[in-house]
Design a protein around this ligand. Sequence first.
Ligand SMILES: Nc1ncnc2c1ncn2[C@@H]1O[C@H](COP(=O)(O)OP(=O)(O)OP(=O)(O)O)[C@@H](O)[C@H]1O
Ligand SMILES: [Mg+2]
Ligand SMILES: [Mg+2]
Length: 549
Amino acid sequence: MGSSIEEGLRPELSRLDQDADLLEEEEAARLPVTSFEGLFLEGNKQPNPGQGPFFYIGGTNGASIISSYCESKGWQRTQDSRCEDYKLKWCEIKCRDNYCSFREGQQLLFQLPNNKLLTTKIGLLSALREHARTLSKARLLPSTQAKVLKMEEFFPETYRLDIRDERQAFFTLFDETQIWICKPTASNQGKGIFLIRSHEEVAALQAKTQSIEDDPIYRKMPFRAPQARVVQRYVQNPLLLDGKKFDVRSYLLIACAVPYMVFFGHGYARLTLSLYDPHSSDLSGHLTNQFMQKKSPLYMLLKESTVWSMEHLNRYINDKFRKTKGLPRDWVFTTFTKRMQQIMAHCFLAVKSKLECKLGYFDLIGCDFLIDENFKVLSWEDEVWLLEMNSNPALHTNCEVLKEVIPGVVMETLDLALETCQKSLHSQKMMPLLSQRHFVLLYNGETTDLWPRMGGSRHLTRLPPSALSSVRAADRTGARKPVPSRDAPTSGFRKSRQPDSSGGSGAESEPSLCSGSPVNSRDTAGESSLGPPEEEREEEHRSASHRGS
Ligand SMILES: Nc1ncnc2c1ncn2[C@@H]1O[C@H](COP(=O)(O)OP(=O)(O)OP(=O)(O)O)[C@@H](O)[C@H]1O
Ligand SMILES: [Mg+2]
Ligand SMILES: [Mg+2]
């Protein structure tokens, strides 16, 4: 693996890992033992019927886990979606009102309002492209010659169909030796996806796209037009498990947005029911989504075989491929995990300055990876592909493995969101984190970003001693023993960070968050003059509401 200079400032990652580990261990050894309980928001364990503290859950995704967690803290569930006096709000669908009435520093709110920068196909593609441009400029500086992750090494070649020149480029380059996959920008569960293999299919797509563009109704009301789409090079020879295609769902957790505290979490592998045949026209063998598999009459009988734990995947790859492919032992928990972490960190850095951040916002994003059959040991290239990132990832527990994995992910998410929020609020040092168990720290904004603080320490800023604080050499689970916390001098509230709108194609801002409609609504008002640059605008209006995928 080469070294990394993300954003032109990044020192070598593995050295950073060691430094960060050493520092944290030394620090932990010096710290007095204190209880973390006192840090929970008002830490109220005595239910006080009808008087809160309240929590609200919108939708059913993960609801029973979130609910038990909050009840264990003595909080009470409210069914009133307009309740403003809540401690925690976890909604599947983002709603502008939630962000308008949000009380920074007093509440926790699930989902960053503009997480679509990562979680729509066009958002992610645009962010990665812009980041690549920034990095290539930085590479011209003599001090930053080291190797950085390149987008084309982990993100399959992708074209936007809503931009004329781009789709023309795709139609020109297409030939029948390759397969492409066409996806709507903001759907999930495989909805609206199809494969493109022939010139006839390309011609049909071309005609359809043109007719939408020419339609006078859509010209007048572009927000009524079908969702924008991308075409992406189809990874034709994925690694197979007993002949079946699979992808890996992992998690990017933004536990705290002020300062950024960003983590990686393991998830699970999702397999198809049927054997993989690249030439088959049956999409259920190509799309590994559970939603696709559930359509099969065999699903109820065989559903347990469609979700594997990461340990199962690791054992299988050890047994079947270690010798034949010359892989290191536990490739899944070493090489593969580290690669996923690098990719996620890269994507986060691509949007870091554009995310709308307030203390109390947190987000859990589901990231889907595909492994190429040709995976090589000595090279990072062309082995692990990021397919997409998802807001509101599925938290269902309808299979045994999901019952094992999901509650832990949700509870640690909430624990970390609470702990980091409390520490930020009281200007306490973030590390060590008592509630960190399986999630692995990817980015610590406290030590990396410049921190203007309010109140007495307004002028106190921290210079970045390092960048990615701990994309650690992946230990098996990322598990760390809870270590005691240390209080730092309290200097009040950390300042919320507005997205950087300093230009560039990815820079965008929500027009106004106070219209009372879902943030992702297709009927979003006020899109014309205040909105993002033109090529971003359509996406703004397409993002359909979204159930866990
Ligand atoms: N470039 C690709 N090459 C090979 N397979 C792909 C590619 N892109 C997507 N797939 C397959 O199609 C499935 C659905 O694609 P994707 O995840 O991008 O869509 P989605 O509708 O957002 O699904 P979900 O949000 O439910 O995961 C993936 O899980 C994967 O199995
Ligand atoms: Mg998706
Ligand atoms: Mg997916």
